[in-house]
Ligand binder design. Sequence first.
Ligand SMILES: [Zn+2]
Length: 183
Amino acid sequence: MSVIKDMLEFNKRFVAEKQYEPFVSDKFPDKKIVILTCMDTRLTELLPHALGLKNGDAKIIKNAGAVLSHPFGSGMRSILVALYALGAEEVVVVGHYDCGMAAIEPTVLIEEMNKRGIDSRTLETLKSSGMDLKKWLHGFDSVEENVRHSVHLIEDHPLLPPGTNVHGFLIDPETGRLDPIET
Ligand SMILES: [Zn+2]
């Protein structure tokens, strides 16, 4: 809890000293882009810096692996909201090298769930109700393929505004170098 306590104390000072002033913006992305990327901690500040983005420039959607697993899931909905309600005009998918989701072993995760107190019966119940946990927890085998898959899912979406450009990139989580992905 000490991290939370420190955060709360810092936050009081941050607001009281008006340290927020350099970040004031509005909810519309000035550069008219929406980015789907990974929650990797190395990208938190690196990605916006490497792309020359400041607060207010872009809508940034993050999850584990920059994965779009379903055409009508929350990720795709966020992209559509950005395009239809918030002024974004282009979509950029940014995966990265050395992504943890490429190394996720579903069976190891499930073992870990067991160890932390999730009852085997719970897992069995989920299984018998049609929830394929191994499939659900599986990330992807290739970071490049994953970006390509996301780009295609967006491009082929029946609700994507016609004429919307969708781009795919991989970023180096150390240097910030951006490599375009042929889709
Ligand atoms: Zn990642």
